[in-house]
Structures are given as C-alpha cells and as structure tokens.
Write a protein that binds this ligand. Structure first.
Ligand code: 13P
Ligand code: SF4
Length: 306
C-alpha cells in the first residue's frame, strides 16, 4: 500500500472512530500503519488493563482472537470488534477446555495457571492467568505447597520454573513463530553484531533464552532498549516490534535474530479491515455469560497481582 493510500485510509478511520466512540487498541506485532492509527499500543498485559478501563463504547482490537476475547471478558458492556475473525493464536488452540478438564481430574489438587494466550473456555477452567510480563510474579504469588499446572506454553513455563524454582507441570504447547528460532540463528546474529545486547521473548526455546542479555515481554524490550546505555540490540521476538523500537529509540540500532520471526495471524489485520469493521461493527467477539464470569475471575486475579 502506498503512503498516500495509507494516509487517506487512516484519516477515514480516525474520523469514523470518533463518530463510533471507539478506541483502537493494537499489539506491538501489528503492521506499522495499524499501530500508527491506534489510540494505544501495548503488550498483552497493558492491552488487558486498557480494555478493562476504557470508557469508549466500542473497542476495535488489532491483535489476535484471545486478546479481543479478554477485552470482552473484562468489559462485557462494550462492543468488541476484531477486524479479521480468522486472526487466531495457534498456541492458544493447543489446549481446549475438554483436554484441560481431563488433566485436572488426573491432578485434582493442582492449581491451574493459564497463559493469557488461551481461549475464554480455558480461562474459565483455570485459577489464574498470566502474561509474559507478570508470569514470574503470578506463579510466585501462589501457595507454596500446592502443585501447579501451567498451560499451554512449555517454553514460558520452563522460564518461570528457572526464575521461581517452582516445579510446575507443563502443558506441551508452544508458539511456532518463537519456537522456530534456534540458537544457531542467535549466534550468527551475535557474530554479525558483536556489540549488540540480545533481547529474547520467553516464548523462545530454553536454549535460546539462555543466550539472552534480557528476557522479557514485548513492552519490557522497549523499556529495556530505551533505558540501556547500549546502542545496538538483537531482537528475538516477532518483527512488528521493530516499529515501536525504532520510533521510541531513533538513535539506536535493532537487528532481527531471524527474518522468520513473523506471526501471520497478527498480520491479518489491515487498515482496510479496520475501516470496514468500524462501518459494520463486525466481526464481534463476545463470550457466553456463564463462561465469561469464570474467565473474568481468572483474569481479575492476575490483574490484582500485577
Ligand atoms: P507480549 O505479552 O509480550 O506482548 O506477548 C504476546 C504474544 O503473543 C507473544 O507472542
Ligand atoms: Fe500466538 Fe505466537 Fe502469534 Fe503470539 S506470536 S499471537 S503466541 S502465534
């Protein structure tokens, strides 16, 4: 899309957004032009907090399905729109409520911690949620003598175990985008940029995490890069984050650990689709009340720990 078309569409979106009393929330993995029309850009944690506190009538969620669902769980009286209903998270689909219920029967005294990258049904079956930004604190807040089942990301789960020393039972899911990154990729990037610090998302494999100077969420990476005295950084997460990194730290240099770090689902949201969703207020995301109430408790407990 050329710059003129982007500008025209963005102007139309901003005008219609006001008429609809809508707020546009976007994740850092969104396309640059989508991030640029958003009222707020953030990591999963900050986006949930925003969704819980907005006074807009409509939330246009530029992210993936579980994020829009969390917004609807936290703000049930708002219209929540996901501009492409097929923008899902394959890792979230690696556990469903039936599988989880079955596992809970095997270990009835376990507390279930779910990554926020899960469906509302799974949240409804879990005790507390976490994001990559607060996962260590959430697990550290649990009673010490109780077993913990962590779903679905085995890599994030492993990272939490190393930080808390807590022996959790790990579901065997992962994010294909992050799991695809190998130590060889990071070592090659380090060879090419020997002065650069390595920032790694905890969804990466443990052996990749072990190479990091900083392991953190997407928002954590932006804060780390801005505050650090270093001038160069190797980035091991989805490449959409380059846009806010370059914007917020224009005098620093960022190198992707691999050119394959792309989440195709995050890229499904386009300016065209945002505009259409503001016209039609579709596709909507909502959660049946019985599920929502239980999923709300799970998210609320997480927000209390932050
Ligand atoms: P953050 O919470 O760090 O933004 O991560 C979300 C996500 O989906 C990572 O793949
Ligand atoms: Fe899901 Fe991975 Fe995409 Fe994040 S990057 S939304 S975990 S598939």
């Amino acid at each position: 899309m050329d710059q003129k078309t982007i500008q025209e569409l963005s102007d139309k979106i901003l005008k219609l957004k006001k008429e609809r009393k809508a707020v546009i929330l976007a994740h850092f993995y969104q396309r640059p032009e989508v991030q640029d029309v958003a009222d707020f850009i953030g990591d999963s944690l900050a986006l949930s907090q925003r969704a819980a506190n907005t006074d807009a009538e409509v939330i246009v969620f530029c992210g993936v399905h579980f994020m829009a669902e969390s917004a609807s769980i936290l703000s049930p009286d708002k219209i929540v729109v996901l501009p492409d209903e097929n923008a899902g998270c394959p890792m979230a689909d690696m556990v469903d409520a039936i599988q989880l219920k079955r596992k809970k029967q095997e270990i009835p005294d376990a507390m279930v911690v779910c990554y926020v990258n899960t469906s509302a049904d799974v949240k409804a079956e879990s005790d507390i949620a976490c994001t990559s930004a607060n996962a260590v604190n959430v697990v550290a807040s649990l009673p010490e003598d109780q077993p913990v089942l962590f779903v679905p990301d085995k890599n994030l789960g492993h990272y939490i175990v190393t930080k808390t020393g807590r022996d959790m039972i790990l579901w065997q899911g992962c994010c294909a985008t992050h799991h695809h990154l190998l130590t060889a990729d990071v070592l090659k990037a380090k060879e090419e940029h020997p002065e650069a610090l390595v920032m790694v998302h905890p969804e990466c494999r443990p052996e990749v995490v072990a190479l990091a100077d900083k392991v953190t969420s997407t928002a954590g990476m932006i804060n780390f890069a801005c505050e650090s005295e270093a001038r160069e950084f190797i980035v091991a997460t989805e490449m959409g984050i380059l846009h806010p990194l370059k914007k917020r730290c224009p005098d620093k240099h960022f190198y992707m650990a691999s050119q394959s770090l792309i989440c195709p689902n995050m890229k499904k949201i386009t300016l065209d689709k945002i505009y259409q969703s503001l016209v039609t207020l579709e596709p909507r995301v909502s959660v049946p009340e019985e599920i929502r109430e239980r999923a709300f408790v799970c998210l609320e407990r997480m927000l209390e720990v932050v």
